[in-house]
Design a protein around this ligand. Structure first.
Ligand code: SF4
Length: 223
């Protein structure tokens, strides 16, 4: 990087380029205080990715820049515009990583609920004769999710509440009718019978979410 002081008041690499949504009529006011507008040349902030020395020199300047925070925030908000440049003291990869980290930190936590009720419903529907594919289609859940709920070991594991909502909704629809008879129906029923799962009729009026509840057919181990 040259140490020549430039007379630029708005550094070229901070100027918006004419690219769709990133287009701005003029650079934000904070760019007038950009240190890179006074030191070096614009290309110093777009070094060849293999030139780590050049990148480090630019990052060093950013470290003394009075508008570093604004510059970084702007680059994170408009990644396409900042692509290929050092902004706020970070190269593309470092900015992407920071962006992902912030997303994870601000993401709302997803509520989890015990799997027991969903498992009992899926098993009851299997005993009714609904195969895995029907359960996937009706619930909108993936095969692996349905199988994990149906066959997973233990009762203490949690699932996300929206998954339970989907199973409940599918259970409400499917348990009120009989499945079309076919080889899949018999296969599902055999699978359930071999494991002692009670059909939905045995759970009518029973709170399936209550760990102490049992299906009304007492000789069937449904949990
Ligand atoms: S943080 Fe770096 S790239 Fe951003 S304005 Fe300052 S010197 Fe320029």
């Amino acid at each position: 990087m040259t140490s020549t002081t430039t007379t630029n008041t708005e550094h070229r690499h901070l100027r918006p380029r004419p690219r769709g949504e990133d287009l701005l009529p003029r650079p934000p006011a904070w760019t007038r205080a950009a240190l890179c507008a006074k030191v070096g040349s614009p290309s110093d902030w777009s070094p060849d990715p293999s030139d780590t020395e050049a990148a480090e020199a630019a990052i060093e300047v950013c470290g003394h820049c009075p508008v570093r925070a604004q510059c970084l925030a702007d680059a994170l908000a408009r990644p396409r515009l900042a692509q290929g440049t050092i902004r706020g003291g970070l190269v593309d990869v470092a900015r992407q990583s920071l962006h992902r980290r912030r997303l994870r930190q601000t993401a709302p936590s997803v509520a989890t609920v015990p799997v027991l009720e969903a498992r009992r419903m899926v098993r009851a529907l299997s005993a009714d004769g609904y195969g895995r594919d029907v359960l996937c289609r009706e619930s909108g859940l993936s095969r692996s999710t349905v199988v994990k709920i149906r066959d997973g070991a233990g009762g203490g594991a949690g699932i996300e509440s929206w998954v339970l909502d989907r199973i409940r909704s599918a259970y409400k629809r499917l348990s009120s009718r009989r499945p079309a008879r076919g080889s899949h129906t018999l296969k599902a029923q055999r699978y359930a019978a071999a494991r002692g799962w009670a059909p939905s009729a045995a759970w009518a009026g029973v709170d399936m979410a209550d760990p102490d509840s049992r299906p009304r057919v007492h000789d069937i181990d449904a949990a």
